[in-house]
Design a protein around this ligand. Structure first.
Ligand SMILES: Nc1ncnc2c1ncn2[C@@H]1O[C@H](COP(=O)(O)OP(=O)(O)OP(=O)(O)O)[C@@H](O)[C@H]1O
Length: 337
């Protein structure tokens, strides 16, 4: 990576405590010894994202992608570790509550999978898009909020003539464009897109992915693009970060990752990607169930599903080590090669 990091994650962890439900509390009164459990949703994650870069964050459901995205966007505080933005520790910046905190809060925006759930159904598009710029005084003196909203709508391919409509009056793809417009309206520099096209039909997905790329070029945006689907990030990302059960297992420039995946988990994920070169591979689901993050396997979390697992993998967590230019992988096999 050549660009200076805009975002840097250093040993970031996020734990959630799963509190006892009513039945479990009753059972405890009757003598059971059920204890609160801790989910290690994100487990010592480190990587950076350069200014103007698109980093794809990929892994199966429950591996902690959304949680990490929310930590980056400042929605969840991390339990441990540091998040640096423009080389400033975000925890300190946010505690300050001054102009720098506001710059971070507006500068890093999140776009969600389900625009319908994230858009207030009682607000017209004009207010959904215009509310934050109005509150934060982002509209230049001498121009109107309506003009501001019209500009943002045009930028995402929405006709401003429809700004008095409500979200339910739009299609799924258009609603996602409203979500993108709402994020862009505060002039962000970093977008965290969490499964932002997963709910859309394939043809609409392609249009929205193109929009993201156009916006990147026009506005010099940086992206953390979260998806369970490697094929979604293939044409979009400069680099890909692969997560498994809360941990990063591999980081690589996108072409290198697709040409020669290093980690057995990445190899298994790639086996599932339908290729567009006509030589469509047979669909081979990854062997075994994803273990529970409440009780992850010791050693390498992937070892119960790994075809190459060795004794060491069952007891020792593999460190992330360089495996080529700009590449890291956390697999004991690399020590035996
Ligand atoms: N607020 C929360 N409270 C308790 N546990 C949580 C919370 N948010 C996430 N988790 C747990 O953390 C783990 C990681 O969840 P997360 O949603 O980050 O994964 P994901 O990879 O984004 O999966 P998906 O694509 O299914 O959302 C899961 O076991 C999930 O149940």
């Amino acid at each position: 990576m050549t660009a200076a990091p805009l975002l840097r994650l250093e040993d970031v962890s996020k734990r959630f405590v799963k509190h006892l439900d009513f039945a479990e509390k009753i059972a405890n009164r009757l003598g059971a010894h059920i204890r609160e459990q801790v989910v290690h949703a994100v487990d010592h994650v480190s990587f950076d994202v350069g200014q103007g870069e698109v980093v794809g964050l990929v892994g199966e459901s429950g591996c902690g992608k959304s949680t990490l995205g929310r930590v980056v966007a400042g929605i969840h505080p991390q339990s441990d570790g540091h998040v640096y933005y423009r080389d400033r520790d975000v925890a300190a910046v946010r505690a300050g509550e001054g102009a720098e905190a506001k710059r971070y809060a507006l500068g890093v925006q999140m776009i969600f999978q389900d625009p319908f759930a994230s858009l207030n159904p009682r607000l017209r598009v004009r207010d959904i898009v215009g509310e934050a710029p109005r509150v934060h005084g982002l509209v230049d003196e001498g121009s109107s909020l309506d003009d501001y909203v019209d500009d943002v709508m045009r930028r995402v391919g929405l006709d401003p003539a429809f700004k008095r409509r409500y979200p339910h009056q739009f299609s799924g793809g258009q609603r996602q464009r409203i979500g993108i417009a709402r994020a862009l309206a505060v002039k962000p520099e970093f977008l965290v897109c969490d499964e932002a096209v997963a709910a859309l039909d394939v043809s609409i997905q392609a249009q929205v992915l193109n929009l993201f790329m156009d916006l990147r070029a026009d506005l010099d945006l940086t992206y953390l693009f979260i998806s369970h689907d490697l094929s979604v990030v293939e044409h979009l990302s400069d680099r890909v970060v692969i997560m498994y059960l809360g941990r990063v297992v591999e980081i690589a420039p996108t072409p290198d990752l697709f040409a020669a995946p290093n980690h057995p988990y990445t190899q298994a994920l790639l086996e599932q990607v339908p290729r567009i070169d006509g030589r469509k591979k047979a669909f081979t689901p990854i062997k075994g169930e994803i273990p529970s993050p409440l009780d992850p396997p010791p050693g390498c979390h992937f070892h119960p599903r790994c075809p190459h697992a060795m004794d060491r993998c069952r007891v020792e967590r593999p460190a992330s080590k360089p495996v080529g230019a700009g590449r890291l992988s956390a697999c004991h096999l690399n020590d035996t090669a």
